[in-house]
Design a protein around this ligand. Structure first.
Ligand code: AMP
Length: 286
């Protein structure tokens, strides 16, 4: 196993210079954007990057512009030392970009990136400013790193769709890889936010995955009416006392438009609050 330790850089300009030199040597760059509190889901992206690129950069930045007032920006876990230890255990990550907010958004910063279409529904409806914040920070990270390939998780399905649309619409040269969802043994999708769950809530949280499995089974058994599938999912999730549904959607996997009949590939997406913690999950069917 490679034992190189990542070089931790806070100034994006320094990272840009280091990576530009490596690109001139013909090295390919892989970028894994994260907000830290790294878990196996993040590490799966890191492993993909290591297998496909010469140099891997992990960014760890709790991006203020993608949080709305009243969301969990302040309490979001910030555990850089533990994150670096996890990356060490994987090995082979050359650079960690760990900027402060002022490094990414210096005094006078005033730029906006708005991607239309796929941002409108679902997360976009419940978090209207969220994807503008995601788009601006990810575009900056693409430009800072000059990455050849950037790695995202299917866990944030709509986010990956937004990034892919940004790449298409703005003719960015970076390639996007979307990697499968990594789950806990009981099915709960790994997420830095799972730490917020009380022990009782943690026991209820796998209901999201059980609802997705139910949808998959109903569709495999021939269900074509999304309303009927969503009704059964709602009933199942309703059996968890701490659960409150934000949305359940059965959508076209590319446009994320709601389907009124299931007759081909679809993506089932949901957002559910377990107590005060908002969780998202999804599954592509069949
Ligand atoms: P985050 O730190 O939550 O912003 O996530 C950083 C990246 O890791 C995003 O591309 C996520 O989609 C991805 N990711 C988060 N959780 C998982 C998971 N359980 N499986 C796969 N990828 C994930």
């Amino acid at each position: 196993m490679t034992t190189i330790k990542p070089e931790v850089i806070s100034d994006p300009r320094v990272l840009s210079e280091r990576l530009a030199a490596l690109r001139r040597e013909g090295k390919t760059i892989g970028l894994v954007p994260t907000m830290g509190a790294l878990h196996e889901g993040h590490l799966s992206l890191v492993r993909q990057s290591k297998s496909l690129c010469d140099v891997t950069v992990v960014s760890i930045f709790v991006n203020p512009t993608q949080f709305a007032p009243g969301e969990d920006y302040e309490k979001y876990p910030r555990v850089l030392d533990a994150d670096l230890a996890r990356l060490d255990s994987v090995g082979g990550v050359e650079f960690v970009l760990a900027p402060a907010p002022k490094d990414m958004y210096p005094e006078g910063f005033d730029a906006h990136v708005h991607i239309g279409g796929v941002t409108r529904r679902l997360e976009g409806e419940f978090r209207p400013t969220h994807f503008d914040g995601v788009a601006v920070v990810v575009l900056k990270l693409f430009n800072i790193s000059g990455a050849d390939i950037a790695f995202f998780g299917q866990k944030d399905y709509q986010q990956a769709a937004v990034i892919q649309k940004m790449v298409r619409d703005l003719n960015l040269s970076v390639k996007i890889r979307v990697c499968p969802i990594v789950r806990e043994e009981d099915g709960l999708a790994m997420s830095s936010r799972n730490k917020y769950l009380s022990p009782g809530e943690r026991k209820e949280a796998p209901v999201l995955k059980r609802a997705l499995d139910l949808a998959r089974k109903m569709i495999a058994d021939g269900a074509t009416d999304p309303a009927q599938v969503k009704h059964e999912m709602r009933t199942l999730i309703g059996s968890a006392p701490s659960a409150a549904i934000d949305y359940i959607s059965i959508a076209d996997p590319d446009t994320l438009d709601e389907l009124d009949r299931i007759d081909g590939k679809a993506v089932v997406l949901l957002a559910v609050k377990i107590g005060a913690t908002r969780l998202i999950d999804n599954m592509i069917v069949p």
